[in-house]
Every structure is written in structure tokens, then in C-alpha cells.
Design a protein around this ligand. Structure first.
Ligand SMILES: Nc1ncnc2c1ncn2[C@@H]1O[C@H](COP(=O)(O)OP(=O)(O)OP(=O)(O)O)[C@@H](O)[C@H]1O
Ligand SMILES: [Mg+2]
Length: 240
């Protein structure tokens, strides 16, 4: 399964989310997880190298560089295990990162002003490919947070129930092993419910929730399954 972390906006915790989600997966399922570093800034690769020098890196979590050719191969052949792509904000590498994904996670801050870019990214996901917004660096008691959630829900944008709160140790985490994973494990779950292609029982699932599951994108209505899932081009979201 390939999960791509993408947002046209910079500095919205894409690299952080890629590393923490991979670490959360490896810890929870005791299986390997690979971060594919598709960003020319190489932040994920640098993070891992620094952490190893600083004395530790989570077991089972790898970071590998990914170029256009790597991503195109993944889009054709998929990935046998669990990979998280840290996508750059734009360009061919962004497009190929999204194309290779089975699921796109769009991290965004809890500021409504950042939502335009999150929506632009959601709308750049090809039809039929599932994706959801993950609110990061959240301060849930603030008006900005509440306005962000309200705007997402008003637009019917799929979003994760779990929000990643603002934490000093995450902020200072670059170059260190992400030992405390906070809310990230709640974004990654082996779901007993259906996820992925309809009629398949996927092994790994990402749960995303929308209070308006009948709408994927702004104003766009999609068929609602009787079990609460939503079929779009043979793919199913799990909402509960
Ligand atoms: N939950 C959090 N709490 C506090 N700070 C955070 C949190 N998540 C990320 N950050 C901080 O936000 C900043 C941006 O994060 P990160 O580098 O992961 O973003 P990015 O989207 O990959 O940026 P770029 O566009 O440059 O690749 C970093 O300083 C990071 O430590
Ligand atoms: Mg980055």
C-alpha cells in the first residue's frame, strides 16, 4: 500500500507526517514501513541520517530516496509492503507521487487560510483515488481550529477524525527518533472494515471520516453505500 503525503503548501508537516506515520505503522503492526523521499529538499533522508548519528531510529522504518522513475514504477507495479511518500509541493514529482498513491493524506494546519491549498491539493487527486485531510499542529480549543473543522465539514471534505496536536517534542523532533507518536497511530489502523477496491478486504486500512460522507468534494454528490461506505470508481472509504 502506498500512502502519499501531499500539499501544495510548504511547511504543513508533510515530512513530519510521513516519518511519524511510517513509524506508527511499523510499531503497531511489527512490519516494515518505508518513507519514500520524493522531495528534492531531502528532509526525510536528512532526518533519518541525523537520527542515526544521534543514536537511534525506529525499528522497521526505512527512508529511501524516490525519483521520477521510482514513482512511475510504483504507479505501475504498486508496493508490496507499506510505503509513505513525502511529496514535494509541485511539479512532476508531485504529480507522480499522487499518481502512485493508493491513498493521499493532505496535512493542513488548523488555520482556515491554509485550506485553499489543501482543497487545491484534494482537487489535484485524480478521480477515483481516495484522499483525506489531516489537521496537524492543531490547537483544538482555538477559534481557528474550530473554523477550520467547520469549513472542511461545510465543504464535505473527507478528513481524519484524528487530529495531530501542536507539540513541542514534534517541533524539536527533526534529527531524532520519533519515539512518542502522539495521535499518529490513530491515523493508521488495520481496519477490519473495507477499504481500497470494492469487494476486496484490504489488509491495511486508513480510516477517514466525514460528517457528509455522501460528498467527496465541494458540491459533488456520490453514491452512498448502505453500510456507510462510499463507492467512487470502485473504491470505498470507511467512515465508521
Ligand atoms: N504536531 C506538530 N507540533 C509542532 N510542530 C510541528 C508539528 N508537526 C510539524 N511541526 C513543525 O512544523 C514545521 C514544518 O514541518 P515539516 O518540515 O514536516 O513540513 P513540510 O510540509 O514537510 O515542509 P516543506 O514544505 O518545507 O517540505 C517543522 O518545524 C516541524 O517540526
Ligand atoms: Mg518536507
Amino acid at each position: 500500500m502506498i500512502v502519499t503525503i501531499a500539499n501544495a503548501k510548504g511547511g504543513v508537516a508533510k515530512t513530519t507526517s510521513a516519518i511519524y506515520l511510517a513509524a506508527a505503522y511499523a510499531r503497531r503492526f511489527e512490519e516494515g514501513a518505508t518513507v519514500l523521499d520524493a522531495d528534492p529538499q531531502s528532509s526525510a533522508s536528512l532526518w533519518r541520517d541525523m537520527a542515526e548519528e544521534n543514536g537511534g531510529w525506529p525499528a522497521g522504518t526505512d527512508v529511501m530516496p524516490a525519483n521520477l522513475s521510482t514513482l512511475q514504477r510504483l504507479a505501475r507495479a504498486g508496493h508490496g509492503g507499506f510505503a509513505v511518500v513525502d511529496a514535494p509541493p509541485q511539479g512532476r514529482l508531485f504529480e507522480e507521487s499522487v499518481k502512485a498513491a493508493d491513498f493521499v493524506v493532505v496535512p493542513t494546519s488548523d488555520s482556515p487560510i491554509d485550506l485553499q491549498q489543501a482543497w487545491a491539493t484534494m482537487n489535484a487527486i485524480p478521480d477515483g483515488k481516495p484522499g483525506a485531510v489531516l489537521i496537524v499542529r492543531a490547537e483544538p480549543r482555538t477559534r481557528a481550529f474550530q473554523a477550520t473543522v467547520a469549513a472542511l465539514d461545510e465543504a464535505g471534505t473527507p478528513r481524519f477524525d484524528a487530529v495531530v496536536c501542536k507539540r513541542q517534542d514534534i517541533k524539536a523532533g527533526m534529527g531524532h527518533s520519533p519515539d512518542k507518536l502522539h495521535e499518529y497511530p490513530r491515523c493508521s489502523a488495520r481496519s477490519s472494515k473495507r477499504w481500497g477496491r470494492a469487494h476486496e478486504e484490504p489488509r491495511h486500512g486508513f480510516q477517514a471520516r466525514s460528517p457528509h460522507p455522501q460528498r467527496l468534494r465541494h458540491g459533488r454528490r456520490l453514491p452512498l453505500r448502505s453500510d456507510g461506505g462510499m463507492v467512487q470508481d470502485q473504491r470505498v472509504f470507511v467512515f465508521n
